[in-house]
Design a protein around this ligand. Structure first.
Ligand SMILES: Nc1ncnc2c1ncn2[C@@H]1O[C@H](COP(=O)(O)OP(=O)(O)OP(=O)(O)O)[C@@H](O)[C@H]1O
Ligand SMILES: [Mg+2]
Length: 251
């Protein structure tokens, strides 16, 4: 059974059909790619899958449950998290605080819990800090942990967002252009990390324009053009598909 399966998704903005009867599936344990020319509807499809935008039509099943009626934070609690094409970090908080906020729902939010179990809460906070530090190390940001997030470059913010998404130990993580604005050395490091996290059991759906990243990471690649499914296959099938080539050249 697929971990994520969406079908018949439609979303119009005014006269533009940004997503036009699209489908996508993600197998558990896979690294699945989503590619397509600029404006193809990839980010909109992510927004529909995670219900940041409500679809006009369509159905999304995650981990065996229909989720298209759920609010996006509920979807995140069920284990599907996403990052944004333009990273959404809180500039006036430290990098570490950004990380800990992701885990907020797990600690210190309940008054009685705070009153009754201060020792447990402290212990949990320490564990979360350690977990945050390990994740920051893995994306090359440990040395920035106590700087303001506002001091990070665009690429570093993307890395922080990815690390933050992993704080909640999701089943599926949707990455919108993780390599955009990131320097080549770090891109290689990120790809290695994604593969390690994948071996540890995490499933990925990745939008990316960097074809080297897509080709080296993905088991399966979906191609979207003008809001519609154009092709799906292995990276080499997609690379050799003349229709895909035409869609890219036509942009
Ligand atoms: N909130 C919005 N309001 C109006 N139009 C929108 C909105 N979001 C997206 N669109 C339009 O929908 C279409 C698909 O956009 P989308 O951002 O999903 O494409 P994309 O495949 O992610 O492109 P890119 O590779 O450039 O990020 C575009 O024509 C875009 O202008
Ligand atoms: Mg996009």
């Amino acid at each position: 059974m697929d971990l994520l399966a969406a079908s018949g998704l439609v979303k119009s903005f005014g006269g533009i059909k940004a997503v036009d009867n699209a489908e996508i599936t993600v197998a558990p344990g896979s690294i699945t790619g989503l590619i397509g020319p600029n404006g193809a509807g990839k980010t909109t499809l992510f927004n529909l899958l995670s219900n940041f935008i409500r679809p006009d039509k369509g159905r999304v099943i995650f981990d065996g449950e229909p989720i298209q009626e759920l609010q996006s934070h509920k979807i995140a609690q069920q284990g599907m998290v996403r990052t944004f094409q333009v990273a959404r970090t809180l500039s006036r908080l430290s990098v570490m605080e950004n990380m800990l906020l992701a885990a907020q729902s797990q600690i210190g939010e309940n008054f009685w819990q705070v009153q009754l179990q201060p020792y447990l809460i402290k212990k949990q906070e320490r564990q979360l800090q350690q977990q945050a530090m390990l994740l920051l190390e893995s994306v090359g940001l440990a040395h920035m942990a106590y700087e303001y997030a506002g001091a990070l470059s665009g690429g570093q913010r993307k890395l922080l967002e990815m690390a933050r998404a992993l704080m909640t130990k999701p089943k599926l993580i949707l990455l919108d252009e993780p390599a955009a604005g990131v320097n080549p050395t770090l891109i290689n490091q990120i790809c290695d990390r994604i593969q390690t996290w994948n071996r540890e059991g995490m499933t990925f759906l990745i939008i990316e324009h960097n074809m080297d990243v897509i080709m080296s990471l993905c088991d399966r690649v979906w191609v979207l053009a003008e809001g519609r499914n154009l092709a799906v296959g292995t990276p080499s099938e997609i690379q050799n598909n003349p229709e895909v080539l035409t869609a890219y050249l036509g942009q």
